[in-house]
Design a protein around this ligand. Structure first.
Ligand SMILES: C[S@@+](CC[C@H](N)C(=O)[O-])C[C@H]1O[C@@H](n2cnc3c(N)ncnc32)[C@H](O)[C@@H]1O
Length: 273
């Protein structure tokens, strides 16, 4: 008998943002293949399963996708409930299509369980609607990273066309992103906000203008960062900096100096993939 592979969204990090369906599957799972970004708090919900870390972080060792595909298929031949747990929503920037295609070819049943994607959790942290009425009628989820064969600058057209753009995996490339957007005609005064570790106790929020994006990104730490851009963030950007540091979640509009904040945040910048 062959088992079922469930591609499950782990959400942005907070365990209580998992769907009920995801929790039930984690409880029933025989084996859980999970991304690097999935926190222990979420993994603890799957008490009896074998946990296998297969995630990828940029600049670090990555388990080859083909190897992950094969391991999922092998596990389904051995176990009844195989969970492939991916950060956020499994169908957004998560290499899900490769896994789906391989499992389909291997005649293994797959079910998808949606999760809360980072863009939504990040905007919730800012208290801003991505589709603020009268301001934004379109939202683009994008990344500047191109797969082989993709046009490297296709993201730029999308970012220019959408009222609200959310850039995934972009903090490490903030300078080139801001430069490309401004050179393509986006006003340097366009509001931007960065949210690191959305939904988690260590959330950090920064805001300003597109011209300030590289400097804002410098202040981020090593966690995952979503960059949000568009008129919907005008009020947030006007408050210039809003920063929440670990254990200081309620102290938005902190009175400490930007220099002090930058020092505390550290300079490391990584994005996940
Ligand atoms: C490989 S993509 C995976 C996206 C994921 N499938 C989703 O739907 O959110 C990883 C990127 O998502 C964003 N991200 C994931 N979790 C985040 C969080 N808690 N806060 C802010 N951004 C996050 C960051 O841009 C990060 O580099």
């Amino acid at each position: 008998m062959t088992g079922v592979v469930y591609l499950v969204g782990a959400g942005p990090g907070a365990a209580d943002l998992l769907t009920l369906r995801a929790v039930k599957l984690l409880e029933r799972a025989d084996v859980v293949f999970h991304d690097a970004l999935v926190p222990d708090e979420v993994l603890f919900l799957s008490k009896n399963s074998i946990k296998i870390k297969v995630g990828k972080r940029s600049g670090r060792h990555s388990t080859a996708q083909a190897f992950i595909n094969k391991r999922l298929a092998d596990a389904a031949r051995k176990y009844k409930v195989v969970v492939r747990l991916k950060g956020g929503d499994p169908l957004l920037f998560g290499r899900a299509q490769e896994e789906l295609a391989y499992l389909k070819k291997s005649r293994i049943r797959v079910e998808i369980v949606s999760g809360v994607t980072a863009a939504l959790a990040a905007s919730a942290e800012l208290g801003v609607s991505l589709t603020a009425r009268g301001v934004s009628r379109s939202v683009a989820f994008l990344t500047t990273r191109a797969a082989p064969g993709e046009r490297p600058n296709a993201w730029l057209e999308v970012a220019l066309a959408a009222d609200t753009a959310v850039i995934y995996m972009g903090a490490g490339e903030a300078e080139s992103i801001a430069g490309a957007l401004i050179a393509a005609g986006k006003p340097p005064t366009t509001p931007v906000a960065l949210v690191e570790h959305a939904s988690l106790p260590g959330v950090r929020k920064l805001s300003g203008t597109l011209a300030q994006l590289p400097a804002l990104a410098q202040r981020c730490g090593n966690g995952p960062v979503a960059i949000l851009m568009g008129e919907a963030y005008r009020d947030v950007a006007a408050s210039n900096i809003i920063a929440s540091w670990p254990n200081e979640k309620s102290s938005e509009h902190s009175s400490s100096s930007p220099t002090a904040r930058a020092t505390r945040s550290g300079r490391g910048r990584s994005s996940s993939s």
